[in-house]
Design a protein around this ligand. Sequence first.
Ligand code: UDP
Ligand code: MG
Length: 331
Amino acid sequence: MTVLAKPEVSVVIPVYNEEAGLANLFARLYPALDGLGMPYEIVFVNDGSRDRSVSILAEQYRQRPDVTRVVLFNGNYGQHMAILAGFEQTRGQIVVTLDADLQNPPEEIHKLIAKMREGYDYVGSIRRKRQDSAWRTVASKAMNRLRERITNIHITDQGNMLRAYGRNVIDLVNQCGEVNTFVPALAYKFARRPTEIVVEHEERAAGESKYSLYSLIRLNFDLMTGFSLVPLQFFSMLGMAMSLLSALLVIVLLLRRLFVGSEANGVFTLFAIAFFFMGVILFGIGLVGEYVGRIYQQVRARPRYVVATVLQGMPDDKDDDGSVEKREVAR
Ligand code: UDP
Ligand code: MG
């Protein structure tokens, strides 16, 4: 197998049912990286797409085997698992992540790299003008603020994957066996000198968002519970305050019963209060469940994802079997 030049920059891109947009992505990504004037590699990770994405990626790999590698999952493990699998394959000193849908313009990559060259080991980015639906923008602003407060992770624009990481950060991330995680936050934990820059943002070029409201909520639970115990602790504080208050209420009602007589008209108020507490309790159980669920997943220690194939090296080389790795690898 021909030994490829060791890349300085590795670009990791998760791909899930992106057949409509991949051609456009290639048309802009490769020239942008060629223009950097330094050796690079692009690692596409196909996250179990059910459309033609795999054959489009394979064709692209055939066109540019010198700089392209493709990791194929055997199923859908989620965007963050795909990025982690990509990280395992990277060799560059600088690793850049971006989305396949062209919401992160490839022409912005050089800005991240210039910033990394100044000695930072984590360059996040803030979208200058967000091109997302109004509710997405509002919801993610609110989540950003909440996360800032409870996790000590300072990421201004969490929903944005256009980021660069140093080799030191990537090596540490590769040692983590986290199951539910949020890559930018995990990497932030290991960064010695993080910074952020402002980048352009575009509308999704083709296809549609892979995130439903439901999966966005799930993702935010991953972020909150994966990096902070505050939700759990906040709840025990709330629980304590609540039980004090309800104890007071019991005393007041008892005294009233003894000295004023029982009150029939207050029944509905009591109902309201009881329902309120039931809600609180349910929420508390749910929150505990969030953590227990994660502990359960972690202790099972199942493979987080399964790589079916990695397309890499020169496909035309017949001299050994190194071009395509055939066995399934579970990580
Ligand atoms: N993605 C993935 N697996 C998934 C969902 C999404 O690999 O289960 C990829 C998707 O192909 C894209 C990136 O993650 O490259 C971001 O997805 P999307 O653009 O749908 O998210 P949004 O921009 O709406 O947050
Ligand atoms: Mg997108």
